[in-house]
Design a protein around this ligand. Structure first.
Ligand SMILES: [Zn+2]
Ligand SMILES: [Zn+2]
Length: 140
């Protein structure tokens, strides 16, 4: 569990992190909130337990309420704006790391794509893994 998976950082380098072990799950999200937050067609997230994620540097947080009523807190570098991770109120202790910030993300393999109902026609994600129109119920 404690083997280094990868290091990561924001664009300017003020925020760095280490990830150890393997992700719990990997999901891409096309919801309009993720489109706005990333400026692109989807976010690619890998979920880890808090203790697998070692963060250095100061982040700013932005809270928004998801369709489910849960509060989604997105954390980003206040200097360069890079999205680093998010946390959802219903799943305390789990962080969703934006894998674009990882130095090595070759291990990334999404198991599902969510909010496909909001997917822009020009943005491609795999149709060979389960595609959900919205957010499916969280796995136990
Ligand atoms: Zn930065
Ligand atoms: Zn989303």
């Amino acid at each position: 569990m404690s083997e280094l998976l990868t290091t990561g950082q924001c664009l300017c380098g003020a925020v760095t992190y280490k990830l150890t072990g393997q992700p719990l799950r990997m999901v891409q999200c096309h919801c309009k909130g993720c489109q706005r937050a990333t400026g692109t067609g989807h976010i690619s997230n890998a979920f880890f337990k808090d203790e697998q994620f070692e963060l250095k540097g100061e982040l700013k947080a932005y809270e928004s309420t998801a369709d489910s009523g849960n509060v989604n807190t997105r954390y980003f570098c206040p200097q360069c704006g890079s999205r680093i991770y998010n946390e959802v109120s219903a799943r305390k202790g789990i962080v969703g790391v934006a894998v674009g910030s990882a130095d090595d993300n070759s291990w990334y393999e999404p198991a599902a794509v969510v909010y496909c109902s909001e997917r822009p026609g020009w943005d491609m994600t795999s149709t060979e893994v389960p595609n959900f129109d919205q957010m499916p119920p969280p796995p136990k």
